[in-house]
Structure formats: structure tokens, C-alpha cells
Design a protein around this ligand. Structure first.
Ligand code: PMT
Length: 394
């Protein structure tokens, strides 16, 4: 595990020394970046001694730029933890500033970013701090809320940095990607398409986009360049992922076609098989003399099949949402669509669609694997590992 530990200015910074020790003892590689104000509380020398590596704090350090510059450091990390994260640093990150090494690294990384805040309890409760944390959460940053208790300033309340042992245990239990796909192009589709009937109505399905977004996030953790073509406008964009918003199957087809170079394609979207042939240009009105309305539907292009039959096709992973005969239906789709792998899930009865959890049956030419019910984020990581293994042996 490669942890980049950021330390910002707070009296709790002394705990970071113990945290680094615990992580190194557990076999993690740790590099430390200090903000300028952190240096008032803890010295680079102590952190260098416990981490075994030079500690960085300057954005423009000629020696580091020749070796591990700030971009290399951002790519090196598989997780960035900022502990303690001060109110000032949180505000700068929420504003997207790149005015020192730590904030620049956080903008430049595709690794997951975790903040462990520490500050006076009134500051922690202040609307501005909570709004900044909300902004960061919406961008996919994890916040490990501080503990409550006695504070260095004499007050009692929430704002104490979590103990180093707890921070280390949480970090070490977290799955991270051991896969290095830097330089690779991955395209993921997510969400259900919306096929217009008229300017205010559409045909849709229950896909929320959660599975596809989790896959894009897990794929980005490998260092790959990830494009997420998604209809799920309400979901946040995973860190480091380029997002292309679409609504209809035809828009999704055009967005996929524009991705001319890809090493891996994952079709997690629930694409409507049919669309209304000629959507009305004005809102359809109820007619008093008839009880029925007939819509003519035409077949949508099969997006994944188009990718799987390209001359220089990528590794292609499809999904199958089924209400019966899961294994046989999914395998038939894998063969008919020329896919390298299919991930089948039961849908209906509150399963698969919209939920945070899912279960998958994964089938490829050389084998199969059942992934039992788990959060979609966990399944996404397991699936990326399975795909990496299959691509190696393909
Ligand atoms: O989005 P969530 O709420 O998290 O739910 C996740 C999910 C259930 C939507 C997801 O896990 C899933 O199963 N996605 C595929 C659903 C689906 O449409 O399956 P399908 O059997 O209709 O399609 C098979 C494959 O062909 C899919 O990879 C699909 O993206 C692709 N396809 C289908 C039709 C079409 N015209 N073009 C396509 O590319």
C-alpha cells in the first residue's frame, strides 16, 4: 500500500508521527507532505526518520522535480490521507486551489482522498466548514469525522483528530488497487437511457448508474485514464474521471463512437432496446374520444456489440440484467454480443437496480465466478481485479 500522508497546521499534527510508525510497521510505504503551517507543529526531520523518506513541503523543489516531482508523487500514491486536515486546508480544497504542494497533489491525483479533520469544536460546527465538507464529499472525498472530547484549547466537543491507531486500522482495512493500468484508456457506460416520447415524457428504466459509477471509480484507482459516459446526472463524478453526460441511447452510441482509442470497455448502462420512432415536438394531449395511445418503437443500436466488433477491439465487458434463467441468458448474451466477459445480476424484486448492494455472476471464456452480495463499490473493485486477471491470461 502506497500512502501519501498530508499534514496541515493543527496541534494534533504530533499524532501523525505515531500514525506513520503504525503504517510502516504494517508494511505500508508512506511519503509525507507538510503544509507550511504544519511545520509550526511538527518537524520534517521527525517524519523523515519514521517514514524513511524525505519529507516534501515546497511546490517547487528543484531536487524533487528532477526525481519524484509533484505529479509523480500524485500518481505514486494509491491513497492520500490528510491527517490532521485543518479548517483552512479544507476551505482551500473545497475552492479547488493549488497554492501549495499538498493542495496541488490533491488536484492532480486519481487516488482516493481521505480527510481526517481536527479543529476547535466551534470551528467544526461552523456552517462554512460543514458546507466545504459537503462540497468535498460530493466530489468523492471521504471524510473521517473527528472524535468528541476535551480539546487542546480547553473546550469540550467534536473536533479531536482520531487516534493514530484508529486512523491506521481504518486505512489498512481499506481495499486499494494493486493493479497498475497507467497509460490505458478505459470507457465505462452507466445509468438507464431516457428515450423521449415528447418534450416532457420519456421511456426509462430503473438503473440509477451506481454500479457504473463505482466501476469508473475503481478503474480510475488503477491509474488508467477513465471516461464515464453516464445518464446519472445526480451522481457525483468519481475523482479523476472524465465524464460525458448523455440521455438517450443514440447520444450514448455517439459518445462511445467518439472514443476511438480504448483498451477496456465496460457496458454497465441499461440501454433501452427500443426508442420512439418519431418523438412528438409538442406535448401530447389527451384526446376525449380514444382511450389508447399507440407509439411506434424502433430498435436502438447495440452499442456494446459495435465496440466488440471494431477492428482493433478493446477487452469488452458487458452486463446482463435478468429476471429469470440468469446463467443461460447471460451466457447467450456474451456469445451473441461477442463479449470477453459478462456480469449477470438478478433484477426485479428490489434487486440489482437502484440499490447500494448487488450480487454478480461473472462469466468469461475460461471460467466463472460468483461475487456474493456486497456494496457496489466493493463489487466494482473485485470486478476490476477479475478483469485484470483475465486480460493477463487472455
Ligand atoms: O445502475 P444501477 O441502479 O446501479 O443498477 C445496475 C444495473 C442492474 C443496471 C447493472 O448492474 C446492469 O445489469 N446493467 C446492464 C443492464 C442491461 O441493460 O442489460 P441488458 O441485458 O439489456 O444488456 C446487455 C448488455 O448490452 C449491457 O452491457 C448493455 O449495456 C448492453 N447494451 C444493451 C442494449 C443496447 N442497445 N446497447 C448496449 O450496449
Amino acid at each position: 500500500m502506497r500512502v501519501l500522508l498530508g499534514i496541515s497546521g493543527s496541534i494534533a499534527a504530533y499524532k501523525a508521527i505515531i500514525l506513520v510508525r503504525r503504517l510502516v510497521e504494517a508494511g505500508a510505504e508512506v511519503r509525507v507532505v507538510l503544509t507550511e503551517s504544519a511545520q509550526a507543529f511538527v518537524t520534517p526531520l521527525s517524519l523523515q526518520a519514521v517514514s524513511g523518506h524525505p519529507v516534501r513541503s515546497a511546490l517547487f523543489d528543484p531536487e524533487a522535480e528532477a526525481g519524484m516531482d509533484h505529479i509523480a508523487l500524485a500518481r505514486w500514491a494509491d491513497t492520500i490521507l490528510v491527517a490532521p486536515a485543518s479548517a483552512g486546508l479544507i476551505a482551500r480544497l473545497a475552492a479547488g486551489m493549488a497554492d501549495d504542494l499538498l493542495s496541488t497533489l490533491i488536484l492532480a491525483t486519481t487516488a482516493p482522498v481521505i480527510l481526517a479533520p481536527a479543529m476547535n469544536q466551534q470551528m467544526w460546527l461552523h456552517q462554512a466548514v460543514q458546507a466545504n465538507l459537503g462540497t468535498l464529499r460530493a466530489r468523492g472525498v471521504e471524510i473521517w469525522a473527528p472524535a468528541a472530547g476535551g480539546q487542546a484549547c480547553g473546550e469540550v466537543g467534536p473536533g479531536r483528530l482520531l487516534e493514530p491507531e484508529e486512523l491506521a486500522a481504518r486505512l489498512l482495512q481499506r481495499p486499494h488497487s494493486a493493479i497498475d493500468w497507467r497509460g490505458q484508456q478505459i470507457v465505462v457506460t452507466a445509468g438507464g437511457t431516457r428515450e423521449p416520447i415528447d418534450p416532457v415524457r420519456f421511456i426509462a428504466n430503473r438503473s440509477s448508474g451506481k454500479m457504473g459509477h463505482a466501476l469508473a471509480e475503481a478503474a480510475a484507482r488503477t491509474g488508467a485514464t477513465v471516461t464515464l459516459i453516464s445518464t446519472a446526472h445526480a451522481l457525483p463524478t468519481p475523482a479523476g474521471v472524465r465524464r460525458v453526460p448523455v440521455d438517450t441511447a443514440l447520444q450514448m452510441q455517439a459518445a462511445v463512437a467518439a472514443e476511438t482509442s480504448m483498451d477496456l470497455f465496460i457496458g454497465a448502462a441499461a440501454v433501452a432496446d427500443y426508442r420512439v420512432e418519431t418523438p412528438a415536438t409538442h406535448k401530447l394531449k389527451k384526446t376525449p374520444d380514444t382511450n389508447t395511445l399507440t407509439l411506434t418503437l424502433v430498435k436502438n443500436p447495440d452499442i456494446i456489440h459495435e465496440v466488440a466488433t471494431r477492428p482493433n477491439r478493446p477487452f469488452v465487458v458487458g452486463f446482463a440484467a435478468e429476471t429469470d434463467d440468469l446463467h443461460a441468458q447471460a451466457e447467450a448474451k456474451r456469445l451473441a454480443k461477442n463479449l470477453d466477459m459478462i456480469c449477470a445480476n438478478w433484477v426485479g424484486d428490489g434487486q440489482g437496480f437502484e440499490q447500494d448492494d448487488n450480487a454478480l455472476w461473472v462469466r468469461w471464456a475460461g471460467g466463472q465466478q460468483a461475487l456474493p452480495s456486497a456494496p457496489k463499490t466493493t463489487l466494482a473493485r473485485q470486478l476490476i481485479e477479475r478483469i485484470a486477471h483475465c486480460r493477463q491470461t487472455n
